[in-house]
Ligand binder design. Structure first.
Ligand code: G6P
Length: 612
């Protein structure tokens, strides 16, 4: 959701910024723009609705010579995605240009006050208020850009990452953040600024994560400085990125989503390496060892998450309850934060987020901590806000996920959930040695099992997609461990193929949804070979009795008579979920691809949702 890039250095500023914006495309956006400080200290802003490629076309006959610049991809919040509302925004006298990610909640109050002082506004955005306010303060107080930014941000309520340049103070970018991500990359005689490290990972691996309510002063030929809003200097702590360029490229696949689905065996291996020790029948979770008592003595576990991470959390609930016998609640972070939750210091909260930047999940963490609960973060992004806000963090180690629709990240979250459940089951003495050995051997077997199964799964998905692509709606049904997967299957289909789909607990079908069943309304049923199979089979038969076509995802030997019986290999108990997941992902992928949709960047969606 909105992406920021900035660059100061001897390279071609325009090229670096455009490449950076392309790398941020995965976050989701609807317009793009760039502000370039020319060698003679003028600011040229070029912006347009649509893709970064549209911006490149627009700039083709423009002057792009520059000494530094900032750029932006906008995901519209205040005002439609028009050329005019796209960032960067100029200040009234054209001295400043600013880009912003987030929302300014009190923009109306600030705008009214500025208008009373004669400031004119030219866009519908909340962002324009920020640039006008900074300029107003700068002129009124005859102060530096830095001081004006500090003062302005003290008046702003909301979430933001922002960057501003000033033609009267050239050779500098001032950037700040509160609840939205911002990272500085430090190269040789050059510095980068971005919403995450993807825009500059091929230039430098040295990164500085800017803390909340801090301001980065990026000046040519000077070391990076960071101050807080009171101008107090902060330590600049440089971290090393462990990403490689190949993780950011498609590597021969037509889409990142397909590549990431096929990366899941590797994701599993990376995630369990050193954590699931099969020959000793032990799980080792270094990140949580020092805080184990909190978990072991917890009255209750509350898991907060959004979207796909929420589905992984539901699987976590059934695993933790099964192996640890601790009650678990799973809450949408967006609901939790406004629900006046009853939390005590005997509760443990687990916040699950691929990006580590989801605004609602971050807010949920803050509430939980304020009430004294211990917070574990599960995130895929080292140094992300959620990783830093949590008391203890477990990284999912799935590598960068570029496709907006989350695939391998969910797989890794499911592994972490399984490891937590097994670890605490083992610590609480609730898991006998035999079960532990079986579970860990099964976990170690999963990568190879999935690797072997993926090509056939894709073939089946390719075969099914033309047969079902004309459907307007789908049900996804599952029970027990399969229920979260049914929800995820439906979400994936909606996200990328735009076919309406609903996930239901199979047993709930009779309580309303079954009224919709007719020959044009297919059902995708998860029917694993477990204790619930006979129940699921009855639910499938009920759908068929209403002439609803059924695709059943089942294990070999399943006694089912449906339109399409899709057989996948069996895994140990609840771990069937790990094999069902890629099959359903591939089904959605092939449906979307068959329908000619933009698989990696579905309309209206953002990868990292940094606003409420
Ligand atoms: C967005 C993404 C989803 C993701 C959700 C939660 O909606 O499009 O794929 O599941 O945010 O994101 P998180 O980074 O917190 O897991």
């Amino acid at each position: 959701m909105c992406g920021i890039v900035g660059y100061i250095g001897n390279g071609n500023v325009y090229d670096v910024l455009i490449k950076g914006l392309q790398r941020l495309e995965y976050r989701g956006y609807d317009s793009a723009g760039i502000a370039l400080l020319t060698p003679d200290n003028k600011i040229n802003v070029y912006k347009t609705r649509g893709k970064v490629s549209a911006l490149e076309n627009f700039c083709r006959d423009k002057n792009t010579e520059s000494r530094l610049g900032i750029a932006h991809t906008r995901w519209a919040t205040h005002g439609e995605p028009t050329d005019n509302n796209a960032h960067p925004h100029y200040s009234e006298d054209g001295n400043l240009a600013l880009v912003h990610n987030g929302t300014i909640e009190n923009f109306k109050v600030l705008k009214d006050a500025l208008q009373q002082h004669g400031v004119h506004f030219h866009t519908e955005t909340d962002t324009e208020v920020l640039v006008q306010l900074i300029e107003f303060i700068k002129v009124q107080n005859s102060c530096s850009l830095l001081d004006a930014v500090r003062e302005a941000l003290k008046q702003v309520v909301g979430a933001y990452a922002m960057a501003v340049i000033d033609k009267n103070e050239p050779d500098q970018i001032i950037a700040a953040r509160k609840s939205s991500p911002l990272v500085v990359g430090i190269g040789d005689d050059e510095m980068f600024l971005a919403s995450d490290a993807t825009p500059f990972v091929d230039h430098t691996k040295n990164v500085v994560y800017i803390d909340d309510e801090h301001i980065a002063i990026i000046r040519k030929g000077e070391p990076l400085r960071i101050v807080d809003f009171e101008n107090k200097e902060s330590k600049v702590s440089v971290k090393q990125l462990e990403w490689s360029i190949s993780q950011l490229e498609k590597g021969g696949y037509p889409h990142f989503m397909l590549k990431e689905i096929f990366e899941q065996p590797e994701t599993l291996r990376d995630c369990i390496r050193g954590r699931a020790v099969a020959d000793q029948g032990k799980v080792i979770l270094n990140g949580v060892l020092s805080n184990s008592e909190k978990f072991l003595n917890a009255n209750r576990i509350i898991i907060v998450a959004c979207g796909t991470s929420w589905h992984a959390s539901l699987l976590g609930k059934s695993l933790i309850q099964q192996f640890c016998r601790i009650p678990v609640d799973v809450e949408y972070a967006s609901e939790f934060r406004y629900s006046k939750p009853v939390i005590t210091d005997k509760d443990v909260v687990i916040a699950v987020s691929q990006s580590g930047e989801t605004a609602d999940t971050l807010a949920a963490i803050q509430i939980a901590r304020d009430k004294g609960a211990f917070v574990y973060g599960i995130s895929n992004v080292v140094g992300s806000s959620i990783a830093r806000e949590a008391d203890s963090v477990l990284y999912t180690q799935a590598g960068p996920e570029i496709s907006v629709a989350s695939t391998k990240a969910m797989c890794s979250q499911m592994v972490i959930m399984a490891l937590i459940a097994l670890y605490y089951g083992q610590r609480k003495g609730l898991l006998d040695a035999k079960t532990r050995h079986e579970a860990l051997a099964a976990l170690h077997g999963l990568p190879k099992q999935i690797e072997d199964a993926l090509p056939a799964m894709r073939e089946t998905a390719q075969m099914l997609s033309p047969l079902y692509a004309s459907a307007h709606s789908f049900f996804y049904l599952g029970r027990g461990h399969a229920f979260p997967l049914a929800l995820e299957g439906a979400l994936k289909l909606k996200e990328i193929s735009y076919i309406h789909a609903e996930g239901y607990a199979s047993g709930e079908m009779k309580h309303g949804p079954i009224a919709l069943i007719e020959p044009e309304f297919p059902t995708f049923a998860l029917a694993f070979n477990d204790a619930l199979f006979p129940k699921v089979k009855s639910n499938i038969v009920e759908v068929q009795a209403r002439r609803g076509p059924v695709i059943a995802l089942a294990n070999p030997g399943a006694d089912l008579h449906v339109e399409h019986l899709w057989t996948i290999p069996s895994a140990w108990g609840p771990f069937n979920a790990f094999l069902a997941l890629p099959a359903m992902q591939l089904f959605s992928y092939e449906m979307a691809d068959y329908l000619g949709k933009d698989v990696d960047q579905p309309r209206n969606l953002a990868k990292s949702v940094t606003v409420e």
